[in-house]
Write a protein that binds this ligand. Structure first.
Ligand SMILES: Nc1ncnc2c1ncn2[C@@H]1O[C@H](COP(=O)(O)OP(=O)(O)OP(=O)(O)O)[C@@H](O)[C@H]1O
Ligand SMILES: [Mg+2]
Length: 500
């Protein structure tokens, strides 16, 4: 197949950080080239150069033999290159409907006005959504969607452009297996049509399923290239410098005292009632498809909204939190799924740095504002940066300047700054590399003794790795729990109808 895109010697620095050094490779029509690399290896930086977000400091790009340089994403788009970025927080217009967002690019190019929600535009938006098998109420506002749904909207928009080169930066980071498979089916079709795909993922299952060839980046340099049959172990070695296995499941933890107890709880008036008990010392993984109600459960325990029915106890006393603040004061912490909505501040806020982000929930404990708080904050942040292996220059770095996986580590580090009684982690492994996932699981376990920990994950493999026991949810209710793969798969498979 012909070379569609060739890059030669691409180099990019941010201040003293060498994000990308002398990177060269070719991308062919009708192939899926996977880009692998540890957190901070330079993958997203490369993507941003290819699609005109950043200019390169050195190096060149050719499309179909002609040298190009893009001053903007728009120029890249005119050459047929479209990227779906890792941070989708700023994709689309939050206050508009899904339909309007899907049609945004068309209305911008003067074919509008379509934003009236007329029948014709709804049909056009429906066709775009159907292009990737996206089943969603198109009249919902973008900001009412879950992160997985927004990710799918962003992908549908990109595919609708009919690009020659489609770049996907961790598109499945918050998708569960069925949504991922739907996406892969779309990518198969695009590949058959001769589209060149550049695919970034930390999930080895994704790569096994979709990659034709792998290029590995390490510390900003190309450190390996692999062709079919793909040797993923070798690729991982090229990526991190050593072999990485699965974290061993730990020995069963002796039952501590029950910390959280849900009795006859309902997450929605029409959902089934369920019980759940989580003990001190154990790490419980809650899994189930997107839309199964995992985040709804997490939010109810954390005080974001009430249960529809039933009740909760914390340490044997009724637990009816009315706000996140009340939860935090009582030692119930939650690391939210969408880090840009729940954790980070805009860069213009004075305490937007890593230290301020980590210290924010604990200002009450660390002495209101003032010097004491600042010192405690900086000290705690330094310790956590080391503990979680966060690749940053220091506590005063802005989260926005960190790679995606390192941003995620900041979110987890924040809620380990103080001891929790109950720690809720919603999709904690989003975008973290294989090596870092091991480190995070170890860090979670190291502090898990005196608290109860609940980890909410779409990915079954992750659930089995992190959890001492796995609880399965479907249709906004807990439907069972198990510790072995066969039983969990059976719980997930039936008899619950597919959840949209
Ligand atoms: N806008 C920026 N300002 C300063 N440094 C940056 C900026 N963007 C990226 N970097 C730095 O460049 C390096 C490469 O980051 P990049 O985001 O490309 O990594 P990545 O391979 O995509 O990692 P991940 O798997 O975590 O997403 C990191 O050290 C990062 O901190
Ligand atoms: Mg990245």
């Amino acid at each position: 197949m012909p070379v569609v895109l060739a890059v030669e010697g691409l180099t990019k620095r941010f201040g003293s950080t060498r994000a990308l050094t002398d990177a060269s490779f070719e991308l062919h029509a009708g192939e899926v080239l996977a880009l692998m690399g540890a957190n901070g290896a330079g993958k997203s930086t490369l993507v941003k150069i290819l699609c005109g977000v950043h200019g390169a400091d050195a190096g060149s790009m050719t499309i179909g033999g002609t040298t190009v340089a893009f001053a903007s994403p728009r120029q890249a788009r005119e050459h047929g290159i479209i990227a779906v970025h890792q941070t989708i927080a700023d994709v689309g217009v939050p206050t508009l409907s899904v339909a309007d967002n899907l049609l945004l690019d068309r209305s911008c190019t003067g074919r509008g006005p379509l934003l009236a929600g007329g029948r014709r535009s709804l049909r056009a938006a429906g066709a775009i959504a159907a292009g990737i098998g996206l089943e969603l109420d198109l009249s919902r506002r973008l900001d009412a969607l879950s992160i997985a749904e927004r990710q799918l909207v962003a992908i549908a928009r990109a595919v609708a452009h009919d690009p020659a080169v489609l770049i996907l930066d961790e598109p499945t980071a918050s998708l569960s297996a069925p949504e991922s498979e739907r996406l892969f089916a779309v990518l198969d079709r695009l590949r058959d049509r001769g589209v060149a795909l550049l695919y970034i993922s930390h999930k080895t299952g994704d790569l096994r399923r979709i990659a034709d060839r792998i290029v590995v980046l390490r510390d900003g340099r190309v450190s390996g290239e692999f062709r079919r049959p793909l040797d993923l172990d070798a690729a991982i070695r090229a990526m991190v410098g050593h072999a990485v296995g699965q974290v061993a499941r730990r020995d069963p933890v002796p039952d501590g005292a029950p910390i959280l107890r849900l009795s006859q709880a309902r997450l929605a008036p029409t959902a089934a009632a369920f019980d759940l008990v989580v003990h001190a010392g154990e790490v419980v993984a809650v899994t189930g498809p997107v839309g199964a109600g995992k985040s709804t459960l997490a939010g109810a325990i954390f005080g974001l909204w009430p249960l529809a029915a039933g009740h909760m106890d914390l340490d044997g006393r009724p637990w009816r939190p009315r706000s996140a603040g009340e939860a935090i004061r009582n030692g119930v912490f939650m690391a939210g799924e969408d880090r840009w909505r729940t954790t980070f501040f805009p860069g213009t806020v004075p305490f937007a740095q890593i230290a301020g982000t980590i210290g924010f929930p604990f200002l009450d404990r660390w002495g209101r504002a003032g010097l004491v708080a600042r010192t405690a904050e900086t000290r705690a942040t330094r310790r956590l940066i080391a503990e979680f292996g966060i690749k940053a220059r220091g506590p005063e770095d802005l989260p926005a300047s960190l790679s995606g996986g390192n941003q995620q580590k900041v979110v987890l580090a924040r809620w380990h700054a103080e001891p929790a009684r109950l720690l809720l982690l919603d999709e904690p492994f989003q975008g973290v590399d294989i090596g870092a996932r091991d480190d995070i699981i170890r860090a979670i376990r190291a502090q898990s003794r005196d608290r109860a920990t609940i980890v909410f994950v779409n990915d079954l493999e992750e659930a089995l790795e992190v959890g001492d026991r796995v609880v399965v949810m479907a249709d906004h209710a807990v439907v069972g729990d198990a510790a072995d793969l066969a039983r969990i798969s059976a719980l997930l498979a039936s008899p619950h109808p597919a959840v949209s």
